[in-house]
Design a binder for this molecule. Sequence first.
Ligand code: 9UX
Length: 72
Amino acid sequence: VSVQAELPLEGMTCASCVRRVERALEKHDGVVSVQVNLPQEKAYVQYDPARTNVEQLRQAVQGSGYDVRLST
Ligand code: 9UX
């Protein structure tokens, strides 16, 4: 089972940023697939909710030097 999260990113301004965020998320446990859209500043992450969650994904993004805008 996997679900999709749409993460609003901050601090990405070039294609290398996109690759960094993608790689950080791709190697994260439980992540199935990642697509980062630069103009939208969004990461679309397919993940297994039994193995990870949005907060952990957010920490993975932060570990790569970027941030996820907190939404309510
Ligand atoms: Mo591009 Mo991103 O020169 O942190 S890698 S702006």
